[in-house]
Design a protein around this ligand. Sequence first.
Ligand code: ADP
Ligand code: MG
Ligand code: ZN
Length: 617
Amino acid sequence: MNDINMNDSKGPQKKQNSFLYLIIIALVVSAGFLMWSKTETPMTKIALNTVIEEAKKGEIESINVVKSRLDITRTDGTKEYAYKDGDASIMDVLEKSGMSKEDIAKIGIEVIPTDSGDFWLNIFMSAFPILLIVGVLAYMMKQAQGSNNQAMSFGKSRAKLYDKEKSKTTFEDVAGAEEAKQELVEIVDFLKNPAKYLEIGAKIPKGVLLVGQPGTGKTLLARAVAGEADVPFFSISGSEFVEMFVGVGASRVRDLFKKAARNAPCIIFIDEIDAVGRHRGAGMGGGHDEREQTLNQILTEMDGFEKDTNVIVMAATNRPDILDPALLRPGRFDRRVVVDLPDLQDRIKILAVHGRNKPLTDDVNLEKIAKHTPGFSGADLENLMNEAAILAARNARKKVHMEDLEKSIEKVVMGPERKSRVLNDQEKKITAYHEVGHAVVGHMTEHCDPVQKVSIISRGMALGVTWFVPDEDKHLYSKAKFEDEMASLLGGYCAEEVFFNDVTTGASNDLEKATGIARRMVTEYGMSDMGQVIYGEKNHEVFIGRDLGHTKNYSEERATQIDKCITEYINVAYKRAKDTITKNKDIMKKIAEELLEKESLSREEFVKFFPKAKSAK
Ligand code: ADP
Ligand code: MG
Ligand code: ZN
């Protein structure tokens, strides 16, 4: 399986760099050698005659003979060099010049053999330029080859093959999600015992589509299937098919399926398939042709598999509604596994999974944490545990305390505290009354979730927060709840009005949210006098290639009516909020003062302001 392109572009790059370093080091070393050997040898040249004269006068201490070169050291220590006739020995030369043998003997004559000492240096010196040229050539060739390789592998799939041994994921790593797991157990069985199904004439499904919101564990489940079945797992993201060059996506698909067929049984996992599998046709802007080709290729390849090729294509998306219907028809991604946001029990399990390697104190109550985190995905919960561990480490604690977990829920839900944002006293006071307005109106209504916390510590963009947490997960919302929620949202605005006779920009976000609720009640949920007609496509976002131009499917007349209905809802909510606040002015004052002092109030601290009958809610 070594033909799998792991797309590790860093490897060759590093090698080339070290090659360059080697050349530079060689250059420096040889330059050093050159300098060193230069300083050792005499610098000035004299004639052979002069040498003889000086020898006669007894001025020469020693002569080193290296081939025909004479390195001369005088008695006064100065050094010079001369050349003699190649064959003649210096002894002979001196003798012939009339010097006595004794005089010659006084001079230390040393013949240095040329095959030692400098020999290797010389070889190196003479060979160095050649080495250098060869090196540079090799380097250049390597580079050329590298870019060549890149060009050649462009159409290759970039699928990553997960090492089965190293990071084996199993169903045990996936907490909760029982329904999804049950469906996938079947897939594992297909991969393990295909014969069982083929014998009875059943067709093994080719495609499984995992559908669920981001972070619900789709990728995790796909890997767990591969781990359980103990088969290779090719993972690729939809966006990797689509790159700069036209036609690349299609050829990558071809390559990927070829590899998979060779490695069967195996799993191909296409993450975020909506990047390529979007509804074909009416494309807008560039790039849709490429996507279409890629998608067509996927469809072709899936059809092209032999009946008994045991390759299962899994794909994940959080937008099944925008997928091309051709992808979803029988024989392709005909199995859908829905991965839901975890419910309370699942959240407890997920928290436990991610708390496995973190030392927790005994007071940590995961159930309580799970209760406070409705709507959190698996990824959110993992992040929550991690934040808590970071917090504990930052405070030099050896274990994660309940307090760390609670703080990190707040951080994840409401953004990090921004203690550095200093509000002046007036701003603080307005913020306090504003938040208490939300809390009190919410508390006084029947259907709002209980107040979990009121705070005037800045977080993210908000100056203060009131945090409502439901006692249990909710799946249905009633008209009455929406009405109560709108009233509570307007509570901040009304509090400013009642206590300061003025309103600030701080309420803008609340008004936006309230208007959003009212609009959806009218246009989507059929909760108004406008009747049970849905106005506009339910999908508000405009997707490239779809939906554009379809958003408004009602008349101008209806539009006016819709606006009227929305205004009516907001007006009612405003009146309720204002009523509640005017009636509870005294309580609000007390709560706001305590809030100003403590900066944040817990559920208990808030509830104790209300007479028993009310707080029993
Ligand atoms: P998706 O692909 O659906 O966006 P992932 O599978 O990438 O989500 O999940 C992100 C991370 O969230 C995972 O790495 C895992 O740690 C965590 N996670 C999500 N769901 C679960 C779960 N059911 N059990 C344990 N961990 C989960
Ligand atoms: Mg994913
Ligand atoms: Zn507000």
